[in-house]
Design a protein. Structure first.
Length: 163
């Protein structure tokens, strides 16, 4: 998929350059790149950060962008579930007083113990109930997606009630 997208973008830039340049030199300049390519970058970590900050509308915008870009809805949701699961486990273990990083890593399936520090920092002010509700909603999204429902509607309906 990425190689197809790359070929498509290169073809688009070639058409742009050949139509805008009278000479035969097809060199992309920084200004050309800004005109041709969509510079919007989204990823699952941006979405997670928005959801954890209870900025649901921004999270949905990022989700919709990735879906329109061709990201499979089930794969996107699986990534969200995986990340929120880790955050929820770290929060619950921290709340219970667990300090053994090796034990936390094993339970949360985190390979790098240093990551726990950053996860704790992210979830410090977030309630356990919110994380559990978010996890529950993501599992509901998975179920709805597997039934063949429209991904954009499914994400919107299940996440909008968090705010």
């Amino acid at each position: 998929n990425d190689s197809y997208n790359l070929m498509s973008e290169l073809a688009k830039s070639k058409i742009y350059l050949s139509s805008s340049n009278n000479n035969k030199e097809l060199t992309l300049k920084c200004d050309d790149i800004k005109k041709i390519f969509n510079d919007h970058q989204s990823n699952i970590f941006k979405i997670i950060d928005n959801l954890l900050k209870n900025n649901i509308s921004e999270g949905l915008i990022e989700i919709h962008y990735l879906l329109k870009k061709g990201e499979p809805a089930l794969r996107l949701n699986a990534g969200l579930i995986s990340q929120i699961r880790m955050h929820t486990i770290v929060k619950l273990l921290h709340k219970s007083g667990e300090q053994d990083l090796a034990k936390i890593c094993k339970i949360a399936n985190i390979s790098n113990p240093k990551r726990i520090f950053f996860i704790r920092k992210k979830v410090h002010k977030i309630s356990s109930d919110f994380l559990i509700k978010l996890m529950s909603n993501l599992l509901d999204i998975e179920s709805s997606l597997k039934k063949g429902n429209n991904p954009i509607n499914v994400f919107t309906e299940n996440l909008i009630n968090l705010s």
